[in-house]
Design a protein around this ligand. Structure first.
Ligand SMILES: Nc1ncnc2c1ncn2[C@@H]1O[C@H](COP(=O)(O)OP(=O)(O)OP(=O)(O)O)[C@@H](O)[C@H]1O
Length: 296
């Protein structure tokens, strides 16, 4: 473990004018800038191909920006990763599930950065791996091969690996894709606990409807940062329309049932998950249907 080192302190993240071009010349991100402090859950949203995974890869040091840079707790990326400050939960498609390895081995990998070159786990490593599996409700599966788990169970095991790493920053690439409602709720609960312990959690998701319920901040991207800030100010109809354009279903509801009151106009943006409902003033009413609001 890092003992009383930097790994136990609150750590923020700064992305400054990051431009990433792939070898084929495609510029996936240009001039992307935002800053996040510790004790925060931030959603990263954008259409397919908008550069979310590329941004994670730049933060992880897997791709090198052509311009700009990332600092993690004031440290450059390489140094921050040597100090185990960032844990990453990749998209399911980025993992080779046929690799013959048990759930226990996957979670112990989260401890590699703290082990010596022989990678023999100490009691403390085993204790942390056990606690991490317990925290995601997967301890009972510890001897299973990773390839034999369901999609949602695999996600929870990778989350346990990230927890075992004890990074102060957690990057989660689409953790809710293909998981059931109960698992999503338990992952969100865990992210809230981590936020309250001072972690910074950056989570990319297409599940727009759930964002206002658990994210303090939002970064909206489309090959650059379109908007970044507190959820209430950033997660607006206007910004979402800019980012998603025709990719979201957009309904207008004129709500004129009560002849005695002024008509309310609702606008519903939906990504086929929970709909987002905005009032006539463009402010979010709820992430539910207006008729549900009415029934309360
Ligand atoms: N290794 C690569 N080589 C070339 N182009 C790439 C590479 N990886 C990604 N891209 C391109 O960069 C752009 C951004 O991809 P990225 O995976 O970052 O998007 P994303 O926002 O994570 O998308 P999704 O929501 O579909 O996961 C896309 O146009 C993609 O085709």
């Amino acid at each position: 473990m890092n003992g009383a080192g930097r790994g136990d302190r609150p750590i923020g993240l700064r992305v400054s004018e990051v431009t990433v071009a792939y070898n084929n010349g495609h510029v996936a991100l240009h001039d992307a800038s935002f800053e996040l402090g510790p004790g925060t859950i931030c959603a990263l949203v954008g259409v397919n191909g908008s550069g979310k995974s590329t941004l994670f890869k730049a933060i992880m040091g897997f791709v090198k920006p052509a311009r700009g840079g990332v600092t993690i707790g004031e440290l450059p990326v390489k140094r921050a990763h040597r100090e185990n400050l960032v844990a990453y939960v990749p998209q399911a498609e980025d993992v080779d599930w046929d690799f013959p390895v048990s759930v226990w081995d996957v979670v112990l990998m989260g401890r590699y950065g703290s082990m010596n070159f022989l990678r023999i786990p100490r009691q403390a490593d085993k204790r942390i791996a056990t606690e991490s599996l317990e925290r995601v409700g997967m301890l009972g599966f510890k001897d299973r091969q990773i390839g034999e788990l369901s999609g949602g169970q695999k996600k929870r095991v990778f989350l346990a690996r990230a927890l075992a790493q004890r990074g102060r920053i957690l990057l989660l690439d689409e953790p809710f894709t293909g998981v059931d409602v109960k698992t999503e709720a338990s992952i969100i609960e865990l992210l809230r606990e981590l936020r309250d312990e001072g972690h910074l959690v950056l989570v990319s998701t297409h599940d727009l409807g759930s964002i206002p319920s658990f994210c303090d901040r939002v970064v909206i991207i489309n090959r650059t940062v379109l908007a970044a800030g507190p959820t209430h100010a950033t997660f607006t109809q206007e910004n979402l329309a800019r980012a998603f354009g025709g990719a979201l279903r957009d309904l207008h509801l004129d709500h004129t049932d009560d002849p005695g009151s002024a008509p309310n106009t609702y606008r519903v943006l939906s990504d086929d998950e929970e709909p987002l409902v905005f009032g006539a003033d463009g402010r979010m009413v709820a992430h539910r249907h207006p008729h549900e609001e009415e029934a309360q």
